[in-house]
Design a protein around this ligand. Structure first.
Ligand code: ARG
Length: 677
């Protein structure tokens, strides 16, 4: 529409310009003749026409500029939208097929409301690349409405309405009424080529949102345990994924840095290090310090009383007490940060203490809305359905606030001040009732509106190899830094077993060691359905066969080395992308390409349900398809003396785009690829 309008304006502008030139020629001619006087009137008239034409020309040019700009912005937008005809860079094949079938089914059966549109990938190449399985349920739906039709006929009806698409090579009906869908290689080729040209996979289009991901969130002075490790790993990956999709993501560390435990910690600090305000006390082992104060708290009434007083003073922001509190938090923070740096985790600390003032005001608000109820001296709040679940405790019987109060204050701050449209909490599944109640209460208090999306991303517990709760041999909780150290040690052992220390430089070995150690811990966590508990086993996660980080890291270095052994530089590759088509003739080449083309769909589905294990499965699927391809298709041919005689550039390009997709997946999972390992 716009392009044709633009063409029309071009034509009119050209015509106007031609008119002007024509008249100028005439004037010159007229001046040239001797009959100036007699033609004078005529000239005046012509001059007027010139002026008009010139003005018209200026307007047209201006309009042309605007149109050009509009077209540019539209082009920009369409490249991020899954619009098949405009751009095929980031097409969600699933969504596109669903749209095509939806339309065909609606046309074939305009009277059926909400017809089932079922499109899946096919897991047997005999049945096409994708399948539409709508005919069977549709036939049932028709027969319950009184129209008897067998599913194969229904499939035929749908087929007759299917429109042509750049994605699809052919459709065919099979079995009881399945429609097999075959993708077009041209589409695959141009899509993968465009990724190569950009040297990245652009994200599929989604509506952008302001998202808060609340993850990691350990507690000051208490152990940062494997549960927090899971939250950290899962939360980081979810944040990376949402950032990739260009959402506006705020990563928050909701540290437990407020509450009654600080009373006893501060009281104990006052006794043990009376000059704490001038000299930083050596309490590196905060856990031990916590245990000592807890013992005193439980056995010494006098101490207990003083601890309570400290809490009151802390909540009143008394400077001396605040200083002690800050100091204790600093010690904890340094410990947490060590873990974050090692695992490459980015987080903004905004602990419970941040909400102190807001807790006071949320209590007032809930009270004024008559939402709080007396319960044995406590003030509680029920969710939308009274009596369902357990109520939130907003005020304890001693008047103090709770975890629930801080979460009510936080959710209000997040949606109202931060303008978050989506809040994601990543904690162990044990807290799911807490979050259900929180969401329900926030809705009841009219803090959450219909458009807000709130997810509790829960996860199961980590077990030791004895299938019992993960503990050290002596029965203590496992310290995270010690766990990471152990990972490093085991990774090095593994590399040495494979004699990699003999071929890698010291620096390469260290990079590989860290990548393997931290990568395997993260990957083992993300590989399992997060709802399930999983067994933490270094032996398993460090295996170099099967779906492990080690296997995948190796696979990527191998893929990356193919071009290198053929002596093709990255620069050359970047150039050849423009004149060489990716080779997709061989069955194995095409199979690998079809796996890669699923990437946008995998990403979209994960961003919906926030389960990351399908991304790990996808990585494994890519590397398996790659190995099959590499086994059957030579990329570089050598003679008996090992001299390169032929390079299949189209295949090298396929290896390159495989690496690009795999690297993107690694980046989302937090794996660091290495050049050599
Ligand atoms: N500190 C809590 C814990 O260790 C997790 C906090 C999760 N976030 C939240 N907003 N409640 O269990």
């Amino acid at each position: 529409m716009l392009a044709s309008e633009l063409e029309e304006f071009h034509k009119r502008a050209d015509a106007a310009e031609e008119g002007i030139r024509e008249i100028k020629r005439e004037i010159a001619l007229l001046y040239h003749t001797q009959y100036v006087c007699t033609k004078c009137l005529l000239i005046k008239e012509k001059e007027k026409t010139i002026e008009k034409l010139q003005q018209e020309n200026i307007k047209l040019k201006h309009r042309l500029e605007i149109l050009k700009r509009t077209i540019e912005t539209l082009k920009d937008k369409s490249s991020t939208m899954p619009n098949i005809s405009e751009s095929n860079d980031v097409i969600s094949i699933n969504n596109t097929l669903c749209k095509i079938f939806q339309k065909a089914i609606n046309e074939a059966y305009p009277n059926v409301s909400n017809p089932p549109v079922i499109v899946t990938t096919s897991n047997n190449p005999k049945f096409g690349d994708y399948q539409c399985n709508s005919a069977m349920p549709l036939a049932r739906q028709l027969s319950s409405g009184g129209t008897k039709k067998n599913p194969r006929d229904v499939a035929n009806d749908i087929m007759s309405k299917l429109e042509k698409s750049v994605l699809i090579d052919k459709y065919e009906i099979a079995g009881a009424g399945f429609i097999n869908i075959y993708l077009k290689r041209d589409f695959g080729q141009s899509t993968l080529s465009s990724w190569l040209k950009m040297n990245k996979v652009p994200p599929p289009y989604v509506k952008k949102k302001k998202v808060i991901v609340d993850f990691s969130s350990p507690n000051v002075a208490k152990e940062m345990h494997v549960g927090h490790l899971r939250s950290t790993i899962i939360g980081e990956s979810i944040s990376r994924l949402l950032e990739y999709l260009e959402h506006d993501v705020l990563r928050l560390n909701h540290v437990g840095d407020w509450g009654t435990q600080f009373g006893m910690l501060i009281a104990h600090l006052q006794d043990k290090f009376p000059n704490y305000s001038t000299i930083t006390p050596p309490i590196q082992d905060l856990q031990a310090f916590y245990k000592e104060s807890k013992t005193r708290f439980d056995s010494d009434e006098e101490f207990k009383k003083r601890a309570y007083q400290c809490v009151v003073k802390l909540q009143a922001f008394e400077p001396d007490i605040t200083k002690a509190w800050k100091m204790i938090c600093d010690v904890s923070r340094k410990e947490f940060e060590k873990v974050y740096t090692r695992l490459d985790i980015k987080l903004i600390e905004r602990g419970e203490s941040f909400y102190q003032k807001r807790m006071e005001s949320i209590v007032k608000e809930l009270e004024s809305k008559n939402l709080l109820e007396e319960d044995n001296g406590r003030k509680v709040m029920w969710g939308e359905k009274h009596g369902n679940g357990i109520p939130l405790t907003i005020i304890k019987s001693d008047g103090g606030f709770t975890y629930d109060t801080s979460d009510m204050a936080a959710i209000k701050q997040r949606v109202e001040e931060e303008k978050a449209e989506w809040v994601i909490y990543v904690t162990d599944a044990g807290q799911s009732l807490h979050f259900q109640m929180l969401i329900s209460c926030a809705k009841r208090a009219d803090i959450l509106k219909d458009f807000h999306r709130i997810d509790h991303v829960g996860f199961g517990v980590v077990l030791g190899e004895d299938k019992k709760k993960f503990k050290t041999r002596s029965g203590d909780t496992v310290k995270l830094t010690e766990l990471l150290d152990e990972g490093l040690k085991r990774a090095l052992q593994k590399l040495k077993e494979k004699e990699r220390d003999k071929v890698l430089s010291e620096e390469e070995l260290k990079t590989a060691q860290e990548s393997v150690a931290y990568g395997c811990i993260k990957y083992a966590d993300l590989l399992h359905n997060r709802n399930h508990e999983y067994v933490f086993s270094f032996d398993k996660m460090l295996e170099d066969k099967g779906n492990t980080a080690v296997y995948l890291l190796y696979a990527l270095t191998r893929i990356r080395s193919i071009a290198r052994t053929a002596n093709i530089t990255q620069e050359e590759l970047r150039e050849r992308v423009h004149d060489t088509p990716i080779s997709l003739e061989h069955e194995k080449e095409w199979k690998l390409a079809k796996v890669l083309l699923k990437f946008p769909d995998v990403i979209l589905s994960i961003s919906q349900d926030l389960f990351l294990h399908p991304l790990c499965e996808f990585c494994y699927e890519i590397s398996c398809a790659f190995m099959e391809f590499y086994d059957k298709c030579y990329c570089v041919e050598k003679d008996q003396a090992g001299v390169i005689v032929k390079i299949h550039m189209g295949r090298i390009l396929l290896t390159e785009v495989t690496a690009i997709v795999l690297e993107k997946c690694f980046a989302l999972l937090g794996l660091k690829p290495v050049q050599r390992m």
